[in-house]
Design a protein around this ligand. Structure first.
Ligand code: UT7
Length: 322
């Protein structure tokens, strides 16, 4: 059966690093609290980089590793919940920036599950023969959506991008599960522009920032991630023991530890980088994937599980052979 194979990865992070100590100057928090509750020590914050420039840099690196030119790419998917522009979409801007003149390009917004939703979409395009390859990117500039006076959220997020080149492969396995529960959307939200026109009576005030009920999302994540991983393992006819690496969305070290326990795999199989990157939403999994790849943690033939969860609420998991 025709599925997909990842043939190149890349990532890009803004140069400005903000430490927990620096945040102590902005809000009532402490390095100790942030590290203990989340595992985060620092994050990269854009000071000129955009979702598109970061995505394009990550894309260049992934293409180089895959040995592909931009012109050869059939499909570009950018997962992001923090674009600078409503129009055109990030994927079309990346297409223009890298010169992928032959690609179909569009965005996917499933927040922190976005990269999985985009990867699974690429799998469907490639599986059905609609494309031979795809550039799948997660890119975020969350620093502009965060209220830097709200300690509940500003200590958590970071900016960055990760990319993967995927190509059709007749011999690989690829199983996925994904889902959405819109009825719980209030748990993690961020408003866009309010209605504003000559036909609206009053100017509606709005707070254009991320709001999160942290405990609600925490409970959702520790329950849903093991469930969706178990479902994908079942589809593949495998157990947790057969998996070499679990690359999960980097929201919180405690979530990953709890998920590892419930999945029944040692934490050593769950690489983490939230210490250095914070929570980069749709970018966290492809950044981690690129790190693991470039560090040589991934060996051809190994079984890898990716799993993301977040606003929507949404969740997405993929199991494949590296
Ligand atoms: O990527 C999308 C998915 N997002 C997630 O998965 C995030 C899931 N949630 C979490 O990771 C955790 O819930 C948080 C890290 C956001 C919060 O950790 P928590 O252990 O759930 O803390 P909490 O919200 O229960 O707050 C405990 C206390 C509160 O004080 P009181 O009410 O006990 O006096 C908070 O006000 O910690 C306080 N607090 C802080 N203190 C110092 C909240 N934020 C901070 C802070 N520094 N930055």
């Amino acid at each position: 059966m025709r599925t997909i194979r990842i043939t190149g990865t890349g990532s890009a992070l803004p140069g400005r690093i903000v430490t927990n100590k620096e945040l102590e100057q902005l809000v009532e928090t402490s390095d100790e609290w942030i590290r203990e509750r989340t595992g985060i020590a620092e994050r990269h914050v854009s000071v000129g980089e955009t979702v598109v420039t970061l995505a394009s840099e990550a894309a260049h690196k992934a293409l180089e590793q895959a040995g592909k030119t931009a012109e050869e790419i059939d499909l570009i998917l950018v997962a992001s919940c923090s674009p600078e522009q409503y129009l055109p979409c990030c994927a079309c801007q990346v297409q223009a920036a890298i010169g992928a003149v032959n690609a179909l390009a569009f965005d996917v917004n499933a927040a922190c599950s976005g990269f999985l939703f985009a990867l699974n979409t690429a799998d469907v395009y490639l599986r059905t023969g609609l494309a031979e390859n795809a550039l799948v990117i997660g890119s975020e500039g969350l620093s502009k959506l965060v209220d830097w006076q709200d300690r509940n959220t500003c200590v958590l997020f970071g900016d960055g991008a990760g990319a993967a080149v995927v190509e059709a492969d007749p011999a690989r396995m690829y199983y996925f599960d994904q889902g959405s529960d819109g009825s719980r959307g209030e748990a993690l939200s961020c408003p866009g522009r309010p209605l504003r026109s000559p036909f609206v009576a009053t100017d509606q005030g709005f707070a254009p920032y991320i709001f999160m009920d942290g405990q609600e999302v925490f409970r959702f994540a520790v329950k849903k991630v093991p469930e969706t991983v178990a479902l994908v393992l079942q589809k593949a006819g495998l157990t947790a023991e057969d998996v070499d690496l679990f690359l999960l969305h980097q929201a919180n070290e405690r979530i990953l530890q709890a998920a590892a326990r419930r999945i029944g795999a040692p934490v050593s199989k769950f690489p983490m980088n939230m210490q250095a990157c914070g929570n980069t939403s749709a970018a966290s999994i492809p950044i981690l994937l690129d790190e693991a790849n470039r560090k040589g943690l991934l060996k051809r033939g190994q079984t890898v599980v990716l799993s993301g969860f977040g606003a929507g609420l949404t969740w997405g998991t993929a199991l494949f052979q590296w």
